[in-house]
Design a protein around this ligand. Sequence first.
Ligand code: BGC
Length: 746
Amino acid sequence: MIKHTHSLLLPLALLVCTPQAHAQRLPAYLDDTQPLETRVEDALSRMTFAEKIAVIHAQGKFTSPGVKRLGIPDFWCDDGPHGVRADVLYDSWTQAGNTNDSVVAFPALTCLAATFNPHMAAIYGHALGEEALYRGKHMMLGPGVNIYRTPLGGRNFEYMGEDPYLASRIAVPYIQQLQALGVSACVKHFVLNDNEADRHTTNVIVSDRALHEIYLPAFKAAVCEAHTWGLMGAYNLYRGYHNCHNPYLLTDLLKGQWHYDGVVVSDWGGAHNTEQAAKYGLDMEFGTHTDGLSVDAPNAYDKYYLANPYRDLIVSGKMTDKELNDKVRRVLRLFFRTSMNRHRGFGSLCSEAHYATAEQIAEEGIVLLKNEDHILPLRPSHVKRLLIVGENALRLMTPSGGSSKLKAQREIYPLQAMRRRLGSEMQIDFARGYLGVMEKRGETEAFLEGKDEKRPAAQLVSEAVDKARKADVVVIFGGLNKNKHQDTEGSDRESYSLPYGQDSLVNELVKVNPNVVFVNISGNSSAMPWAKKVKAIIQGWYLGSQAGEALTRVIAGDVNPSGKLPYTWYAQLNDYPAHALHAYPGVKTQDGKQVNEEYKEGIYVGYRWADAHKVKPLFAFGHGLSYTTFRLSKLQADKTALTAADSITFSLDVTNTGKQAGAEVVQLYIHDVKSSVDRPYKELKSFRKVYLQPRETRRISLTIGRDALSYYDPTIQDWKAEPGKFEALIGTASDEISSRVAFTLK
Ligand code: BGC
């Protein structure tokens, strides 16, 4: 071993001084002027069998080995997707207690999707990449692009909503900008991991059309457009195979049809079988518990499915090294793109620029759902006494929620920001109103103030009601939090209602004060039986470090809201197709080992269901108000008919008809007038966020191609566009279509 190191280092040291020799004698794998595949083949040819086995599985919680002898560094990944997670101990989930791993917490991905602005995704990816570089990470475990199928889904907050087109448009720039810095993305969780209940044992049964039209497009865009270098297999099963080693999904589709050249990483503990992992597409195994008892054991990593058991299969001749070499090639590609990438910079951490990015995204993603009598923004001329109610005005949301939890250098909570911004203009009082579960998760407390609250619920309500009587306006910060059975990994919600008696709190408050505003902090919709009784509702997401600041700026009118709902917000749980059809959760098999979950709604997810079954949601997909008003007019198409190879462009005027600068999201949906198969009434195929000064008009255009007219035909296992009549529907929400134009596909 020592000999080897010598023989490599000595010539290298000499080479530094002699450029000609450098060009001649630098091994190809170290020479980044060589094509990637040349470097890969060269490194592969130099690796021993043991080294090959080593690089395809973990050596710690978030690290896998490089090749020491060849000077290939260890590989480090980390969660993902809202910031760079604090370091855990090398071989345990306990936080390492480092003093240099605090970060900026960026808004949750639901908020990013709600910006309807790919540029926000690009600056998100860039800022996150810089933080990852500084923290020495080679791969970020994210973004997540699973689909919002049920509002009970515990991890919806980490995903990009219900629409495959929207999720694709947001995921691509995030990945591209992250990877432009030499930090790999790891798009997750491939695929059909759309709820948390029984996530390790659920076998999803879904039609081919729904799989390809709803659940796969964002992954496909990540692979084929953004060229992600990493992708994480999901915990659940499809066609009876776990998705971390799934012959159809990984071998045939991803690596076959989509020509994916990156790595498939297992979700942590998502590998279950050596032979399947070897054959069916897994390249890097992480998080497996290996002592058989689900606790960690010394040298557990040697027992990983892709460690000694795989080695033994090959040594005994039961398998050749064909699959192994393919895996190692992929891992080497990843190394050359990241850890061996000499163009990687050093990044930066907690810079003001990152805070500004986090805040800008938060401000663009906040959705104004309702604003009766223009109660918002709050004006000091009208509001002298402001009462703030609700635990979420105090609660820190970044330290919990599962793997996306963060050790944020700062998290400005709403009460703090409201006092700071409005305290000199209004008299501000606070009443907690309800008490959530005081669960301490991770190493950080959820409260900087108010952590010792012990008063009974009735007292909290009566205090809020008494104070509300004397206030001009009441702003409630409620919603969910990151506790178990709320917005968190590992469990789904148990109810569609808001927890901790919030419904009765709101009902009591509206009795004594007509001016109630509800700010809903969550990554999910909830029942709001009192929605008509409050004046305004804001969807406030989980906004990260600048949460309170961004919300306050919208409430105070410093920012004009422009976010749009990335999912359909139904009034009741049973309005969601998965619940209407009793297709969630799954049904346990007789042996109790597996749960079959049939996606009976097929392609009719979200607004597609609302259209098909005339269910009026409480708030529609794409809905979001502004403090100004907009008009869309003069819609025109550049042609009346297109051929398969063509594209068609729609142009229209967008006018800000109000008195304030603001932004509107123009949404283009396609309606197939006559089809031989069942199709949703309309599907989002383009959108554009337009910023306008008061009275300004801008003409914008949106172009679509044949792919926007296609559906997945399972009989040919491909996309197909049927000639005939189509309509482009243009509007500002899925239920606000203001004009349409017809055209034909020849
Ligand atoms: C989660 C992943 C995460 C991984 C590592 C798993 O439990 O499902 O999303 O990246 O843990 O923390």
